[in-house]
Ligand binder design. Structure first.
Ligand code: ADP
Length: 386
């Protein structure tokens, strides 16, 4: 059903339109006509009655004409299609109305059922399309505003994050000086600089010294994190033979690993020089080997190996330890994230190690991957671009 609002002050013309519409043979719709003689009546009707699909209006009415009629109607309902009916002498006015958004105009005296049906159909179709476009454009605008808002929020979050990193860095620096002084004084007392110390007190002082050392370690870890997070931090790159570099770390860490009755094996296979910050990459590789040892039971093997492809150099650290569930593979690289496993109660950690590894590898524009399953060991692979 198509509801037409006919605005026509000439009763003869109105009757003609009603009769012409009766002759329209359109299988897709039927026409229901509401006839008024003034624009003011039409506006009143639009205010009170829902469901007008299209307006068919005389161009020159007693209380309005052309563009003014259009403006008044679109203020009442901006999505309503309007077709004007004109005499041959005011076609120019009708064209102006079209420029202002009228869907079509028909010249009185030439309106037959076919022309009228076609004009109504096209007008409805065009209006529907325009309305859809309007909705899409409005949605586009909403999206654009949301993107601006998100970008703004992102900038604020980056700023907050920077402020937090700075706070951690400053607080750690401030804490380090008195904590170091405490360590020195405890050391002096235990060494007898302030006179003899009974053994019962020495025992307590020893425990204070160890706690203080742990405190200093945590402060140093926070300082290292702040340093790696700082946007001003830059690497000190130099060219090194990857096999020799990895072999050296294996040699340095072998005593610690073997003290846990684990085997540490090195398999060189890269035979290539890489440009790395040796100090930082040492920290990364040491962390992977230490983790492999921490999360592997006694008697098992840890294998460090190197390899190269056409474009990349690889360092692998494989263990036969407790493994990591798939859902935690991403999580373990987050700052301060620790995941409990069969061995985590027996080993200490702050959850910063893998965060550093990933940060350092990314500063080198490399990637780090983990392959692991609970009970089946883990493999961490650092991949660096050649
Ligand atoms: P931490 O060892 O201090 O907890 P890390 O950032 O080094 O912090 O490691 C995060 C978590 O990843 C650990 O708590 C542990 O659950 C898991 N993990 C790291 N390396 C291994 C490994 N080789 N085998 C099993 N789990 C591991």
């Amino acid at each position: 059903m198509t509801n037409i609002l006919l605005i026509e002050d000439n009763p003869g013309d109105a009757r003609l339109i009603v009769e012409t519409l009766r002759d329209v043979d359109d299988p897709t719709t039927e026409y229901e006509i509401t006839h008024v003689e003034r624009v003011s009546h039409a506006l009143e009707l639009l205010r009170t009655k829902d469901g007008v699909d299209i307006v068919l209006s005389d161009l020159t009415l007693p209380d309005s004409r052309g563009v003014d009629t259009l403006t008044a109607l679109s203020q009442a309902d901006s999505e309503l299609p309007v077709i004007f009916m004109t005499g041959t002498n005011d076609e120019a006015l009708a064209i102006t109305a079209m420029h202002h958004g009228a869907q079509d105009y028909l010249i009185k005296g030439t309106i037959d059922a076919n022309t009228l049906a076609k004009s109504l159909r096209y007008a409805l179709e065009r209006q529907r399309f325009q309305n859809e476009m309007k909705t899409i454009l409005a949605q586009d605008e909403i999206n654009r505003q949301e993107i601006i808002l998100l970008a703004d929020q992102k900038r604020q979050l980056i700023k907050l994050n920077q402020a937090k990193d700075e706070f951690i860095s400053i607080a750690s620096h401030q804490l380090r000086t008195p904590a170091t002084a405490v360590k020195q004084y405890i050391g002096m007392i235990t060494e007898g600089f302030a006179g003899d110390v009974p053994s019962t007190q020495l025992d307590l002082l020893q425990r204070a010294y160890e706690s203080n050392q742990r405190e200093l370690d945590v402060i140093d870890e926070l300082l290292k994190t702040a340093q790696l997070d700082s946007s001003r931090y830059s690497l000190n790159l130099s060219s090194v033979d990857l096999d020799a570099f990895a072999a050296d770390r294996v040699k340095v860490l072998r005593p610690t690993v073997e003290s846990k009755r684990q085997k540490l094996v090195f398999q060189p296979g890269a035979d290539v020089s890489v440009s790395i910050d040796q100090h930082e990459m040492r920290l990364a590789l040491d962390n992977l080997i230490e983790n492999a040892s921490k999360y592997t039971p006694e008697g098992r093997q840890i294998t460090v190996s190197t390899a190269r492809t056409k474009t990349r150099a690889l360092i692998r650290v494989r263990d036969e330890g407790v493994g990591i569930a798939k859902q935690n593979h991403k999580l373990i690289f987050d700052k301060f994230s620790r995941v409990s496993n069969a061995l985590s109660d027996t080993v200490s950690g702050t959850g910063l190690g893998l965060y550093w590894v990933r940060r350092i590898v990314r500063l080198h524009k490399g990637t780090i991957r983990v392959r692991s399953e609970p009970g089946k060991g883990s493999e961490f692979v650092i991949s660096l671009q050649l």
